[in-house]
Design a protein around this ligand. Structure first.
Ligand SMILES: C[S@@+](CC[C@H](N)C(=O)[O-])C[C@H]1O[C@@H](n2cnc3c(N)ncnc32)[C@H](O)[C@@H]1O
Length: 298
């Protein structure tokens, strides 16, 4: 198993996602002889997981069942142990597209945080790209490096424990794209420029406050970046539901006139059944602003 390649079978040492229904999931480190407690009873790794196909339904000791899923960056984002605030798939999807990430790309990122975005970047740039990720909190940097190893993506990533605003990304002239998720991104813009290829590339900075965006944009313009744009991604989910509408009463002869879509006569009905969508009354609000810019060829 690797977070960037699919395998059919669960193996000893994998990180699998155990799905218990109704959006309830947990990551499980699969180990010969180990057990995991779920609300449906125990899962015995040796007999219930190892050697089974990903996607299988596994019966637990109390008779209930769960599904064992192959890990993906999207599933990791909703299951990872939080060390920090993280980016979610709605922002991540826009970031990976607008940074033009593709297999073979070299990316610089700071801070690593809980590694939510890092996993999505790694899948986009595999099998031959590289991620240089910088985190100044020592335990977070160490934990991220440990997880990358467990998820078998460590050959694609270098974790540096340093202050990106003071010491930069530790590389020069190699990056196709840079991503910043730190409180003072304007202090890292010149280091981003140094890390990027001479032929140019794309930069993105995530900030919750518009004042941070303003300062970052000023630094980007000072450093010669072009095509600045800032956007906010809001997810609006439409709830589909079934509604029954009473038929109007057109009088005693009206029944004869009820026809279906093909023009055939149908039995009289008291109501019609329709599918309708409900817009949410409240939307989960603002996460942050995404500022994109292009470094031109120098
Ligand atoms: C919000 S978290 C990043 C979350 C990450 N994007 C994710 O999706 O999991 C911000 C991280 O930046 C780190 N950080 C803040 N300032 C930094 C700096 N100057 N250099 C390196 N890391 C920094 C913090 O320690 C924190 O872990």
């Amino acid at each position: 198993m690797s977070f960037v390649e699919y395998s059919d079978l669960v193996r000893d040492g994998d990180v699998a996602i155990v799905y218990m229904g109704h959006e309830s999931m947990m990551p499980v480190k699969v180990r010969q002889g180990a057990q995991t407690q779920t609300r449906y009873g125990v899962i015995r790794h040796s007999s219930d997981l190892i050697g089974r196909r990903y996607g299988s339904k596994v019966t637990c000791s109390k008779g209930g069942w769960v599904h064992v899923l192959h890990p993906t960056p999207e599933l990791w984002t909703v299951n990872l142990p939080h060390r920090t605030q993280i980016l979610y798939s709605t922002d991540i999807a826009t970031i990976t597209m607008m940074l033009e990430l593709k297999p073979g790309a070299v990316v610089c990122e700071s801070g690593t945080g809980s590694g939510s975005l890092s996993h999505a970047i790694l899948r986009s740039i595999a099998p031959s790209g590289h991620l240089h990720t910088v985190e100044f909190h020592q335990q977070r940097a160490e934990k991220a490096a440990e997880e990358f190893k467990e998820h078998q993506v460590d050959r694609l990533v270098t974790v540096r424990n340093q202050d990106v605003c003071k010491d930069g990304f530790g590389v020069t002239g190699v990056a196709d794209a840079v991503f910043l998720d730190i409180p003072s991104p304007w202090e890292a813009v010149r280091h981003a420029k140094t890390a990027m290829k001479r032929r140019g590339g794309r930069l993105c900075s995530f900030s919750p406050c518009i004042e941070q965006v303003q300062r970052t944009c000023e630094a980007l313009v000072d450093q010669g970046f072009q095509e600045l744009s800032t956007l906010e991604v809001l997810l609006r989910v439409h709830d589909v539901r079934t509604v029954y509408l009473p038929l109007p009463d057109f009088g005693p002869d009206a029944e004869a006139d009820i026809v279906d879509g093909d023009g055939a006569k149908t039995a009289p009905q008291a109501s019609v059944c329709l599918k309708a969508t409900n817009l949410p009354r409240e939307m989960p609000g603002h996460t942050g602003y995404l500022t994109f810019a292009t470094k031109p060829r120098t």
